[in-house]
Write a protein that binds this ligand. Structure first.
Ligand code: AMP
Length: 352
């Protein structure tokens, strides 16, 4: 369920390091952001910019493992990045780039693959699930997905990767790949750590499954107030309260859960009203719709400005790729040299 604030990390209590720690995170280009993406990831990314050197990327190589129509990728990138910028990701403070604009990641993926035992990849739960679900449609990209993810993280020498607890095994795999590479070829990669952020599981409008585009149960964060109202009014509420006069169970109602975030000053009163049957589900949904619409009003304005200048997204991504490639080249040169490649070139200087 939804908690109102992004969780702190152990870094908050630690003494300030000599340089700001580097954070990396990415998302596949899935188009416009919904409340799950926002509460589960995006608002936290925005907050991290205050304390870390942040890099955020659009994982378009990764999306090729599942995308069936390549023509859909570019519009989905534009939609998603406009939502990122509108929500407060700041290209002045963060590096924001498109994964395939930094092809160094593909070469690093190749080098890391030499240090990755096949058994490690075959044991990854998401791979095993895919194998069971679509045994006829398994490509190498799916198996190698965690190696590409390791390359994403190790290329900019990220110190921290913000993830939910359930993603911890993926970070551990990256650490193991880095350790094995370092052991076999020489010390090149720092071992990144997960930045364990509280990523709430936001339920969809059906109230029973995680909000996700594939289930068609999403609320778009930057939809018009009218669209938000229409969607929120379809939300499933407290199924144990069939009549308006029955007492409600706000702790089991998804609409009430969302009020905790979007109505920080009045959610307790709203919950009480439900418990005492003073309010009906329609009231609670109407209030939620306007609270969500109000919360995102400034972002909707920023998004409208971005839509009026469609080139901005691509300019931001191009500038981000330039910045990302500088660090990427240094890391890749060090990895190539450690592997005994790149003959005839001077050995790269040490990296911090
Ligand atoms: P996806 O597009 O599903 O890969 O999600 C992108 C990011 O949003 C990931 O960090 C997810 O953990 C987060 N996310 C997506 N859906 C939800 C949800 N329903 N609840 C919480 N976080 C979510």
């Amino acid at each position: 369920m939804v908690e109102p604030s992004a969780a702190p990390s152990a870094d908050a209590a630690a003494p300030a390091p000599a340089r700001r720690l580097r954070v990396l995170s990415g998302m596949q280009p899935t188009g416009r952001m919904h409340l799950g993406n926002y509460l589960g990831a995006l608002r936290n990314w925005v907050a991290l910019q205050d304390r870390y050197d942040c890099t955020f990327f659009v994982a378009d190589y990764h999306s090729l493992t599942t995308v069936t129509d390549p023509a859909t990728i570019r519009p989905a990138i534009a939609e998603m990045v406009m939502d990122w910028l509108a929500a407060g990701l700041d290209p002045e403070r963060s590096v924001i780039f498109l994964q395939s604009d930094v092809p160094e990641v593909a070469e690093l993926h190749l080098l890391l693959s030499m240090a990755t035992p096949l058994g490690w990849l075959e044991r990854v739960p998401s791979y095993k699930e895919r194998l069971e679900q679509y045994p006829e449609n398994i490509n190498y990209g799916l198996l190698g997905y965690p190696v590409l993810q390791a390359a994403d993280i190790l290329l900019p020498r990220a110190d921290r990767v913000p993830v939910g607890e359930d993603q911890a095994p993926h970070i551990e795999l990256t650490r193991e790949i880095a350790r094995r590479f370092n052991g076999r070829f020489g010390q090149v990669f720092p071992e990144p750590e997960g930045l364990f952020t509280e990523t709430p599981r936001v339920m969809g409008t059906d109230g029973v499954s995680k909000m996700s585009k594939s289930r068609g149960n999403t609320i778009g964060i930057l939809d018009s107030p009218e669209q938000i109202r229409r969607t929120v009014m379809t939300m499933v509420t407290d199924v144990e309260r069939p009549r308006r006069t029955d007492r409600g169970h706000p702790e089991r109602c998804n609409v009430c859960a969302l009020h905790r975030f979007f109505s920080p000053d009045r959610w307790e009163g709203i919950w009480e009203g439900e418990r005492e049957a003073r309010t009906g589900c329609v009231d609670v949904k109407r209030w939620l719709a306007s609270a969500i619409a109000d919360h995102f009003a400034p972002m909707r304005e920023r998004r409208a400005e971005l839509e009026a200048r469609p080139g901005t997204v691509w300019e931001v991504l191009a500038a981000g790729a330039d910045r990302a490639r500088g660090a990427a080249r240094e890391t890749l040169d060090a990895a190539r040299a450690a592997c005994g490649l790149g003959h005839g070139q001077p050995a790269p200087a040490g990296l911090d």
